[in-house]
Design a binder for this molecule. Structure first.
Ligand code: AGP
Length: 608
């Protein structure tokens, strides 16, 4: 989603800003711009399309050393140069970039228009720059503060003033911002990834912080009054690297990174000797675990799908009643939260607005919520305070792959530890722990011998009008994830159902040659799913069957058979999702899609 980069120092600001914007490209955007104070002017360049188009448009004489940049993901107003940020005030002396949504923008706009302001864009953001201008009497920070007093909604903003070269004012409420310290230079960004080439030392702003940056550093205070100091955090090494290596796309690289990302997630956490697992970050004593009455796993998209598997594990293995909910629905349904309920908030980015909103709703009601997050220091991780990092490493492709398997693995580890505390004996615990620890290597072996039938499945699934994905129990979660991947990356219409639901309506859509992908591990539901396959086949559907290696009965029912390694039910998603990730990737490739940056999507959905 939208990204912000700011620079103040001694170097030319434009190249630093462009480099930062390039590092934010993975988040998804449709236009980009920058504003640099140069030669007594505030010069703004904006382009629709990629940062490369912006870079090509930046004139060589744009050599000022203070500036801000932005990548925009359109919300209010179409994808046009006029709507791209930064926006200028009427005198062209103040420029502002904004992430988030100004909810009362129409009222503010009407008021400003009555006062004679002419708007140059359709955005909600433009009201901010005119308000800052209105209140500006020589003190930039005071003007930003007064403008933000009138604003309802979410914002991360960066503002530069022609009268104050060498100064950036930034503020946040609901949209992340970090500041970074260099040597005689200071950086600002909405995502620390943008700063990784320049500094590892960052400070995360909190909601309602306002910060004044110059080349020597920064001063943070609260929008509601008073100063504040925030601790410096050091970014980990792995976030600095972002190349694709020998892979043609980040998505393929990330699929193939799963043996390592899973190993990182499990390392030091599973204790097979004792048949248990340890997750220090959860901050729960055995007594706390014994007292849990219900677990709810909250997330959106792929993270929600991982949550479905996690909830099944909490209930199936640890025997704690559990469910997964879509965070955007949960947060507004005024949920009843009991004193012994526990919540997990799952998020790769740690910045998803709906999941963060759900976390805050749990906390308002006195509930305990633990983060299951990939990005260290992100808003959800910090708001939860406790939880588990999944350690997938940076996930650049918009379509989530390695984060999904690490999220599932982290929740399985938590379920094992809860299960051992409550119901599971040491032998069963040991068997589960050992099976988990063997997963990374087995995933690697499967990926390096990817069955040729994945390509046949691609041919089938790119020919139909739509594709069905079916599975039961945790395999339904995998079916949902497979369908989401194929929609995102290949733009193929897909539907996912619990297999037994087909006969309650959706089977009406099956006709000759409809592609149907079924996930059927050799578990307690296998025979029932095989019956569904028979029913669907009888209507002429073409079946892609993902089944346990050696299950010849399942393979015989398939037009395309894709064997995956044998695993116990709760662990099976870590294998059965692999062919679905590759199916989406290879279908996207065959259809000529923009695999790593699919249209309309954003890596981190920071608005509601
Ligand atoms: C996954 O492929 C998607 N891009 C999307 O569904 C994503 O999982 C969702 O937006 C949640 O993101 P998060 O994990 O960063 O919170």
């Amino acid at each position: 989603m939208c990204g912000i980069v700011g620079y103040v120092g001694e170097r030319r600001a434009a190249p630093v800003i462009l480099d930062g914007l390039r590092r934010l490209e993975y988040r998804g955007y449709d236009s980009a711009g920058l504003a640099v104070l140069t030669g007594g002017e505030l010069r703004v360049v904006r382009r629709i399309g990629h940062v490369a188009a912006l870079a090509a448009a930046v004139p060589p004489d744009l050599d000022g050393t203070t500036g801000i940049g932005h990548t925009r993901w359109a919300t209010h107003g179409g994808v046009t140069e006029a709507n791209a940020h930064p926006h200028l005030d009427a005198t062209n002396r103040i420029a502002l970039a904004h992430n988030g949504i100004i909810e009362n923008h129409s009222v503010l706009r009407a008021r400003l228009e009555e006062e004679g302001v002419t708007f140059r864009s359709e955005t909600d953001t433009e009201v901010l720059v005119h308000l800052v201008r209105k209140f500006y009497d020589g003190d930039p920070e005071a003007a930003v503060r007064r403008a933000l007093e009138l604003v309802q909604g979410t914002f991360g903003i960066a503002v530069v003033f022609l009268d104050h070269p060498g100064l950036i004012i930034a503020a946040r409420n609901g949209s992340p911002l970090v500041v970074g310290k260099g040597n005689g230079e200071t950086f600002l960004a909405s995502d620390p990834h943008a700063l990784s080439a320049h500094t590892r030392e960052v400070v995360y702003l909190e909601d309602r912080d306002i910060v004044k940056l110059d080349a020597r550093g920064w001063t943070i205070s609260r929008l509601d009054g008073g100063g504040v100091s925030r601790g410096v955090e050091v970014l980990s090494e792995e976030w600095a690297e972002e190349g694709r290596g020998d892979f043609s796309h980040h998505m393929l690289k990330e699929i193939h990174e799963q043996p390592e990302s899973l190993a990182r997630c499990l390392r030091g956490r599973v204790v097979p000797d004792q048949g248990t697992a340890r997750l220090g970050g959860l901050d729960l004593s055995p007594r706390d675990i014994a007292g849990i009455r219900h677990i709810t796993v909250l997330g959106c998209g792929t993270s929600f799908h991982a949550g479905l598997v996690g909830a099944a594990a909490m209930e199936g293995l640890a025997r704690i009643p559990a469910s997964a909910e879509i965070a955007s629905e949960f947060r507004y349904r005024n949920p009843v939260i009991g004193p012994d309920d526990l919540f997990f908030a799952i998020s790769q980015s740690g910045e998803t607005a709906d999941t963060l909103g759900a976390v805050k709703e749990v906390q308002v009601k006195g509930g305990k919520v633990l983060g299951v997050v990939n990005v260290v220091g992100s808003s959800i991780a910090r708001t939860c305070g406790h939880g588990v990092y999944v350690h997938s490493g940076p996930e650049i492709a918009v379509a989530s792959t390695k984060a999904f398997t690490s999220q599932v693995a982290a929740l399985l580890v938590a379920a094992l530890s809860f299960a051992r505390t409550r119901v599971l004996g040491p032998h069963e615990g040991k068997a589960f722990g050992e099976e988990l620890l063997a997963v990374p290597q087995r995933v690697g072996e499967w990926l390096s011998a990817e069955p040729a039938s994945v390509m046949t499945a691609v041919e089938l699934c790119t020919q139909g009008k739509y594709v069905f994905f079916l599975g039961r129990g945790v395999s339904h979660a995998v079916a949902l994830e497979g369908a989401l991947k194929l929609k995102e990356v290949a733009y193929v219409p897909c539907m996912a159902y619990p297999a037994a639901e087909m006969k309650h309506g959706p089977i009406a859509l099956i006709d000759k040659n409809t592609p149907v992908v079924v996930v059927v591990p050799d578990d307690v539901m296998r025979d029932k799913t095989l019956s569904t396959i028979q029913e669907v086949r009888a209507r002429g559907a073409r079946m892609v069957v993902i089944h346990t290696a050696g299950d010849t009965a399942a393979a015989k029912l398939a037009d395309v058979s894709i064997p995956v390694p044998r695993a116990s039910t709760l662990i099976s998603p870590l294998f059965s999702v692999l062919p679905l990730q590759l199916l989406a990737y290879r279908a996207g490739l065959a259809l000529g899609r923009d695999i790593d940056r699919p249209r309309n999507l954003s890596k981190s959905v920071t608005v509601e």
